[in-house]
Design a protein around this ligand. Sequence first.
Ligand code: ZN
Length: 145
Amino acid sequence: MPIELDDYDVSIIKSLSKDGRKSFRQVSRETGITTPTVKARFERLQNIGFIKAVVPLIDFGKVENRIPISELQIDNQTQRMKKIKRGIKILLDCDFCRGTIAGDPQVLRFANYERFFCCTSCKSEYKKKYGGRIEAIEKRHITNI
Ligand SMILES: [Zn+2]
């Protein structure tokens, strides 16, 4: 007999579709379904083979275009890179002004995040704009360790 997806399954799948690595607790907070139920439903969906894998979603638009697409060996159907090779260059956009970062990026690290900027003023403007949020994230990160 087939298993019929209910609202819980659908909510959990939708939540994980945005970020498959979020914790069951995070999914629980987003969906209002208890953490043990989220865990049980996820495991069942995995056990029946409906969730086959949680895999990284690669943005090929960020690969420096000097590399011909044929060298990347991208499977046209799945859009997955068959062979990740060393030397592939990933373009960086400034996390403040969104412009392409030409030289070495200015890096801001907090909790388990890294943010990249084209210049020191973008970095300091970002810190000014999101200071409160960064502080809250750091506080949460420390208490979770
Ligand atoms: Zn910038």
